[in-house]
Design a protein. Structure first.
Lengths: 162, 778
């Protein structure tokens, strides 16, 4: 099948890449753009390890065709933090010792970042539902919740009165 | 004056230090096998049998070979070293003339692109003659059942040795007439018949646990490449690089020192990545194509043809007096091992008969072959299933006799020195201390108030349950080196695969043993060419055994350092200590020599001072059992049987928490895996032996939305021989939840569930059978 040209932004950089029409966004990111942070844990959208942001919303990149990202803004775990610093979520994950095997972590962080972007002061239950699409088999989620709650407190803008 | 640091002040053992690779993991920088992309990489796919049992009449690969981009298509005919009597799953690289489970590899393809390899699979034509299957272990063990293994294939008990180092004295491994019974064991003590004759309360139940998959999020993956001189390099997702090397060498009949296994970051193993699985076929594809070849299993392949935990059926009968005096226990355990032998039969017998002091017992165990994927370890193999039976049973006895469940167990619980069923004595352990903590916990003390409270619409059924379980602790010889560098820092080298955050704990051990802060220690997991021989990351033995090796190697390096310093300062080695990066003479702090200067002289041109390299190569004989208890507070919907877990506590004896942060992570993660076995998981096979739930949508793992926070209570009963008193931590927390949940559900509803998982359907049907489909029984 003839390849097509995908033009979009990935982590704020304009990219242009030739992809087969059947290629998933996940494979384009991993194989063609060298961004191996997003992981394939299932390939069927059930584990969340491939979660990236598309125009700021979390998506399972294993379920999307690369060409569906044409003209849109993709963000991966590699682009979550500004160069040289950690995002408050990443920092909290390190300090609380969240990562064990680490395979789920890029997806969980992208899902959690999307929750906080939409709702800077989520309840514990809202966070639990926000990352319910991400399976983790090492941590039991407890330290994850602690870290996300703490990052939400630290990273949220001050409340404005009136 | 600057504050001097003594050994007591060192930042090392006991500090909750985040692991050093945390930053790599949160930024997506850490590389797993599937992330490695060498130049010229080929992608592998395996053609798998759609039938659970069939004769292979003919395989035609010609069309697949002709597809542009295909570099190799191989079948068993291309691998003369393969044997029909494959002793292990790893040896059954490709089916020779018969497939024995659905999903068994029949042919392998390497191609330029994954999509081409997939297309090539469709072009391979295989003619099968479908044969009768044995799927249900109870039928498979009958004489006349369709045979699974080739006649005369030996049972594989290596898993048992790797994991728990327990053996049954009266173990019988000779298959009986029934062709599919691959291992048998029987342990007895006392007069069981007399015990039952004297019993005032007899309880007999059969407990069933389905096959469950370990569910590591990173599927099996391997990258293989040969050099021009015949050396093979494997980048593997493995729990033990040296074990992988041995297995691959054995299967492919090449010397071990020709194989370099590089243990790449392992995205979860939990026992499922101990044994070789796809390494041999990937190596073979790399050999015939003379290119690097990468193989990554899909999730569907993992579920259909991974190496799950065995299906377990336990018939358990007990006889006790009305006052709770234990008299006799009789049990029969059937472990469904799938198409290849490899279960840990002994563990089941040990936990059924040895947790409580039964004066008479007769425990039979059988491993049965079926036409299903063969099994492997899953975190404390056979223990969660066995503890589900015995701890469900103990709760029922207490309930039926009106005894306090904690006191009843405490009265009969073993302690150090009591004989296990195999007559080995229990080693020092904290079982009683852990159980005592259950009795003291507010969730347990408040169980009556919880049961009486209303719940959903005032109609919710609320209950509390607990269970106690444990693990004996594995043993395996191992080794480590500790090097003093020219700047006074330390390098620790082992071959230990860090699947659980153990490297930071090993660094803490080295720091405390040598006398520097942990941040002066860098720990490296070497490959099989460079690292000293190191055992598996399995059996809850990394800190217990490799930690001991690192401790001893650090002490050796400290001794060498002191010998050099003593000569320089004309002091006795006995008068020296290390403070703030210097060796000082006790009582004369002005007399000192820096670690850096000692390290520097070990690498100085024309220097007569030898380099400092501490080594240790310990072997072990004493186990350190670890016990864990879990308390569950649940609410059951009276209409649907849906169970909500409100609170969950893990209480565990870890001996010494080298790194409390890592220990808590193990306890919480293990608990949730245990809860998955308890509440949602199970591989379901149809009558033809095909998996009916081959996706993570249909095979339900627990999510953050299903769970409360997991409370952890660390108990420290030091082990006599572990480093700083540490015990194994990884396995005990996966053991108790199935029984804890079943006990809580019975407390809430009066319904006893004996088959896992404890699903809403089973609870609702149980309530209907008891005639109270609606309101709470009062």
């Amino acid at each position: 099948m003839k390849k097509q040209i995908l033009t979009c932004t990935v982590n704020d950089q304009a990219v242009e890449v030739l992809v087969p029409p059947y290629q998933t966004l996940l494979d384009a990111l991993r194989e063609d753009l060298g961004l191996t942070g997003p992981k394939e844990g299932c390939g069927t959208g059930d584990c969340g390890a491939c979660t990236v942001h598309l125009d700021g919303k979390p998506v399972a990149s294993c379920l999307m065709l690369a060409m569906q990202a044409r003209g849109r803004a993709v963000r991966t775990i590699e682009g979550l933090a500004k160069t040289g610093t950690l995002h408050p979520l990443q920092d909290a994950f390190v300090r609380h010792g969240v990562p064990q095997c680490g395979f789920c972590i890029p997806g969980v962080l992208m899902a959690a970042a999307a929750v906080l972007a939409e709702n800077p002061r989520p309840t514990e239950q809202e966070i639990r539902y926000g990352i319910a699409g991400n399976l983790c088999r090492c941590t039991g989620y407890t330290k994850m919740l602690t870290a996300i709650i703490e990052a939400a407190g630290a990273g949220a803008p001050a409340r404005r009165e009136g | 004056m600057a504050v001097m640091k003594t050994t007591r002040d060192i930042k090392g053992v006991g500090d909750p230090i985040p692991r050093a690779d945390g930053r790599e993991k949160v930024t997506g920088a850490v590389q797993y096998v599937a992330d490695i992309q060498p130049r010229g990489l080929l992608h592998a796919k395996l053609l798998r049998s759609p039938h659970a049992h069939a004769r292979i009449v003919r395989i035609d690969t010609s069309k697949a070979k002709a597809l542009p981009g295909v570099r190799a298509v191989i079948t068993a005919a291309d691998m003369p070293q393969l044997k029909k009597k494959a002793p292990t799953r790893a040896h059954a690289v490709l089916a020779i003339d018969r497939v024995v489970f659905s999903g068994q590899p029949v042919a392998a393809v390497a191609a330029d692109e994954l999509a081409i390899a997939e297309e090539a699979l469709d072009l391979i034509q295989v003619e099968y003659q479908v044969l009768p299957v044995a799927v249900d272990p109870l039928k498979s063990m009958q004489p006349g059942a369709p045979p699974v293994a080739e006649a005369g294939t030996e049972a594989d008990t290596s898993e048992a040795l790797a994991h728990s180092a327990v053996a049954l004295a009266s173990s019988e491994t000779k298959p009986a007439k029934a062709v599919n019974i691959s291992q048998q064991a029987n342990v007895k003590r006392g007069d069981v018949a007399k015990g039952f004759a004297e019993a005032e309360h007899i309880l007999e139940k059969t407990y069933r646990v389905p096959m469950v998959h370990q569910g590591y999020l990173e599927p099996h993956a391997v990258l293989a490449q040969w050099d021009t001189t015949g050396n093979l390099t494997l980048w593997a997702s493995t729990q033990g690089s040296f074990n992988t090397r041995s297995e691959v060498a054995d299967v492919l009949e090449i010397p071990e020192n020709r194989i370099k296994v590089i243990p790449v970051e392992c995205g979860g193993g939990f026992g499922g990545k101990i044994r070789a699985l796809c390494e041999p076929i990937t190596a073979e594809l790399a050999r015939v194509t003379n290119r690097p070849v990468r193989y990554v299993m899909t999730r569907r392949e993992e579920l259909e043809a991974g190496m799950p935990a065995p299906q377990v059926i336990i018939r358990l009968k007990t006889g006790v007096k009305r006052d709770g005096t234990l008299l006799a226990l009789e049990a029969e355990t059937i472990l469904d091992t799938g198409a290849f032998s490899g279960t840990v039969l002994a563990v089941s017998a040990v936990f059924l008969g040895s947790m409580y002091k039964w004066p008479a017992f007769d425990i039979k165990g059988m491993e049965v072959l079926t036409h299903k994927p063969s099994v492997a370890a899953y975190r404390a193999p056979a223990a969660p299933q066995t503890i589900f039976a015995i701890e469900s049973h103990m709760a029922q006895i207490a309930r039926e006799l009106g005894l306090d469940p904690v006191e009843f167990r405490m009265r009969h619980l073993i302690q150090e020195g009591d004989p296990m069923v195999n007559n080995q004595p229990w080693q020092s352990n904290g079982a009683k201390q852990v159980l005592a903590k259950v009795g003291e916990h507010p969730l347990w003390k408040g169980r009556k108030e919880w049961a009486a409270s209303g719940g959903k619409d005032g109609r919710g059924l609320r209950g509390t349950g607990f269970a106690l379980g444990g693990w004996l602790g594995g043993l395996q010889p191992t080794s480590a080196t500790v090097r003093l560098n020219p700047d006074g820092s330390l390098n620790v080298l082992t071959g230990q695969v860090d699947i659980a955050g153990t490297n930071i704990s090993l660094a803490q051990i080295a720091a405390s043993a040598f006398g520097v802060d942990f941040d002066q220690v860098k720990i490296t997991t070497g490959d099989t060419d460079t690292a000293p021989l190191t055992g598996l990351s399995a059996g809850s033995k990394t800190i217990y055994t490799v930690g001991s090796a690192v401790l001893q190697a650090a002490q050796d390096a400290r001794r060498q350092t002191f010998e050099i310093a003593a000569k320089e300062m004309e002091a006795s080695v006995h008068d020296l200590e290390i403070r703030d990066g210097k060796v000082i003479v006790k009582g004369a702090p002005d007399k000192s020599v820096t670690l850096a200067s000692i390290g520097k002289k070990g690498n100085l041109y024309m220097s007569k001072i030898p380099p400092v390299l501490g080594t240790a190569t310990p072997a072990f004989s004493q186990q350190a059992p670890g016990f864990a208890a879990q308390i569950a507070r649940v609410e059951v919907d009276p209409d649907t049987g849906e169970t909500t877990l409100h609170e969950f506590v893990v209480i565990q004896d870890v001996g010494k928490a080298i790194n409390p942060l890592g220990v808590e992570g193990q306890m919480q993660g293990g608990a949730v895996q245990s809860l998955g076995i308890a509440m949602t998981e199970g591989l379901m096979f149809d009558d033809a032996g095909r998996l009916m739930n081959p996706s993570l949508l249909d095979y339900r793992k627990l999510t953050a939305a299903d769970l409360p926070n997991i409370e952890t209570i660390i108990v420290e009963v030091p082990s006599p021989s572990g480093p700083f008193g540490a015990r194994g931590v990884g396995e005990p927390p996966i053991v108790p939840a199935p029984a804890a949940i079943a006990n809580a559900v019975e407390d809430a509803t009066g319904v006893r569930i004996t088959e896992l998982p404890v699903t809403p359907e089973r609870i609702a049907l149980g309530r209907v059978a008891k005639g109270n489909g609606g309101a709470r029984p009062r």
